[in-house]
Design a protein around this ligand. Structure first.
Ligand code: FEO
Ligand code: CA
Ligand code: CA
Length: 639
């Protein structure tokens, strides 16, 4: 029986509650006293500790002086670091683009400006680590935080104007921005390399096994070969051949359905299309009215690949990777040269997936890799209690993926990857978010953000925590091939719990912190992550406020034998925000971080936000932004 997704609802308060309960951040008052050390402002709304190099316990931090826990309206980085607000929602990306005015925003202006609620960040070099393209996702909007005038409205979904609904679609998607480091400061270059991809108008093609399938045929695209726009762009990945992958996560929020098509009913149910839309675009745009366009939901939920170095390149939805509420797509090249793409499907009791390409990556010919992700095998993970696991192939005709279960072809398997994974008995996980491979060891790490719905009777070895409110991280060890190289293409792996979130002092038989971790460095709700060149895991969190009463941030977690599970808080975000998309430049001297939805929370509006970071101007609402963190002495981040 397919497990239903998170429930939707149709009033403003209910839908806000839904997003809040999913993310579990609430409106915060400013709690003075939780940041007791002297502070100095070094950039817009960025604070760092100025005095002692000793942490509160009197012991120095292992890698830097940890940022204190707390909740306030500033961004905090350790002593000896600087954070620059680099790109904010509304920043013009082209010479001809208009300057941002939140009170007079237009669709045309937004299409030439940085989008809203930044998430994934990828740095693609033009010249090394000081000149490159920053590739950024824009995940979602909340109209009452984006426009003035919705404060008194009962339901934004039903009150939003068509003009605002279109501006929202223009603000979603993805941005490519050329940046250069000049005299230690990153600058934006408004020019021809920049690009906006949006939900409003960007032309996108399907590729792979589902391309042209009847279940992709709509009024606008009767041949099922193309689509329009992208949304819910959460995290993503960068390929070794210099393209970017970005994912479509909570696409169900846009679709309104009463009846739809009977043959799509199971798919609607499994992707939560059978509940009222959260957002109001369906009132003006027929592609989101499922009764008018019963197959339109099948256009979303894919991994999209595009070439950021070519502003004219047409993004492609890589259907061979399957359709899910994708958090991220992380590429790892196996010793054989085959490419694996790991990804999590971020919802309660959803699955961990891996795609393995049929052909091999060619490091000497970018064009030869252009369609590498169109042919291969998609797998879902089945964890065994003894620390072994298998990748179960989702192939039509195998393991019950046949007509008897409603799968007529491989296209059906990929369009309904969730139901396919149900059918083969994959392991239901605690909301799998980002997945990253350690460059030092090839081991793969899975962020399981939390799952308060897991009852004692539902616990298994890979999801061992009842009422898992803090989340945990799994460490996957792919086998070695006959030449001793990490085999990301292998059908089996070993695994263990790396670390569990929550108080440092908790009694833990599994995933305990390193003994040197300070109590103030407790983390929870791992979401996006990245590795530094030393093999330390940098974890962005989303939801600590509900779990540990501190704003979210970035935590560093050792994975080596000596420093395994030693955790330090590196960065703390302004109230209401989550940290996303941590990304290092190749020289490890800059860390880019997305600060998503600052000032957001229950009761917060455009005129009454939880913070006005980073502008702190009474006329400007909080603006989601990408920051660039550097060490004041120009050294590598994290020492
Ligand atoms: Fe968009 Fe799973 O966070
Ligand atoms: Ca998240
Ligand atoms: Ca995320």
């Amino acid at each position: 029986m397919a497990m239903k997704n998170v429930g939707n609802s149709n009033t403003f308060e209910q839908t806000l509650e839904r997003r809040l309960s999913r993310r579990e951040f609430g409106r915060t008052s400013l709690i003075a006293g939780l940041t007791p050390l002297a502070l100095s402002l070094n950039c817009a709304g960025v604070e760092r500790k100025k005095d002692s190099l000793l942490a509160a316990s009197g012991r120095p931090g292992r890698w830097f002086e940890s940022v204190e826990p707390g909740i306030d309206d500033k961004l905090h980085v350790p002593n000896g670091y600087e954070a620059q607000v680099l790109l904010s929602w509304g920043d013009p990306l082209f010479d001809a683009a208009e300057n941002f005015d939140a009170h007079k925003q237009t669709e045309q202006a937004q299409l030439r400006q940085f989008g809203n609620n930044c998430d994934f960040v990828g740095y693609l070099p033009i010249e090394g680590s000081e000149h490159g393209l920053l590739c950024v996702n824009h995940e979602f909007n909340w109209a009452s935080m984006m426009f003035p005038g919705y404060e008194a409205q009962g339901g934004v979904r039903d009150a939003i104007t068509e003009e605002h609904a279109r501006i929202e679609m223009a603000a979603l998607g993805h941005s490519v921005v050329e940046i250069r480091k000049v005299n230690g400061l990153w600058t934006i270059i408004k020019g021809q390399r920049n690009r906006r991809i949006s939900l409003l108008e960007t032309k996108i093609e399907f590729s792979g096994p589902v391309m042209g399938h009847k279940r992709l045929r709509t009024t606008q695209f009767p041949d099922g070969m193309r689509s329009r726009g992208t949304m819910a762009n959460c995290s993503g990945g960068v390929t070794p051949w210099g393209t970017v992958l970005f994912c479509e996560e909570n696409f169900a929020d846009f679709f309104e359905v009463k009846h739809g098509a009977a043959e799509e009913k199971l798919a609607y149910e499994r992707y939560a299309i059978d509940t009222p839309a959260t957002f109001g675009q369906f009132r003006f745009d027929s592609r989101f009215r499922v009764d008018d366009e019963p197959r339109a939901p099948n256009h979303y939920g894919w991994v999209v690949e595009y070439d950021p170095y070519d502003p004219q390149s047409v993004p492609k939805k890589r259907t061979a990777l399957g359709r899910a509420c994708r958090e991220a797509a992380t590429v790892a090249v196996s010793g054989s040269g085959q490419v694996a793409v790991y990804s999590g499907d971020d919802d309660y009791f959803e699955y961990l997936y891996k795609f393995v390409s049929k052909d091999k990556y060619d490091p000497n010919a970018k064009a030869a890799n252009a369609d590498l992700l169109d042919e291969g095998i998609l797998y879902a993970a089945k964890f065994n209690d003894d620390g072994t696991a298998r990748w179960i192939p989702l192939i039509h005709g195998l393991n019950g993926l046949d007509k008897s279960n409603g799968f007529d072809s491989q296209a059906d398997v990929l369009i309904e990857a969730r139901r396919a994974a149900d059918t083969v008995g994959a392991t239901k996980m605690d909301r799998p978010e980002d997945v990253e491979a350690n460059p030092k060891t090839g081991k793969v790490y899975v962020m399981l953000t939390k799952n308060g719905r897991r009852k004692a009777s539902m616990v298994d070895a890979a999801n061992p925590f009842e009422d898992n409110r803090y989340g945990h991280v799994l460490e996957i060890s792919p086998p070695e091939d006959k030449d001793g190289r990490v085999d990301h293409a292998a059908p089996e792996f070993k695994w263990e719990v790396l670390i569990a979130g929550g108080p440092v002092s908790r009694k833990a038989s599994l995933g305990a912190y390193h003994a040197d971790t300070l109590s103030k460095d407790a983390f929870a709700c791992p979401d996006n992550c990245t590795f530094d060149n030393q093999g330390r895991l940098w974890i962005a969190t989303d939801g600590i406020q509900g779990a540990l009463n501190s704003a979210d941030g970035i935590f560093v977690c050792g994975t080596s034998e000596e420093e395994r599970n030693l955790v330090q808080r590196f960065l703390r975000v302004p109230s209401g925000a989550e940290a996303c998309g941590p990304c290092f430049t190749p020289d490890a001297k800059t860390l880019f971080v997305s600060i998503q939805h600052p000032g957001f929370g229950k009761g917060c509006t455009f005129n009454n936000p939880g913070t006005r970071w980073p502008d702190f101007s009474p006329d400007v609402p909080p603006r989601p932004s990408v920051i660039a963190v550097v060490r004041s002495d120009g050294g590598e981040i994290g020492g």
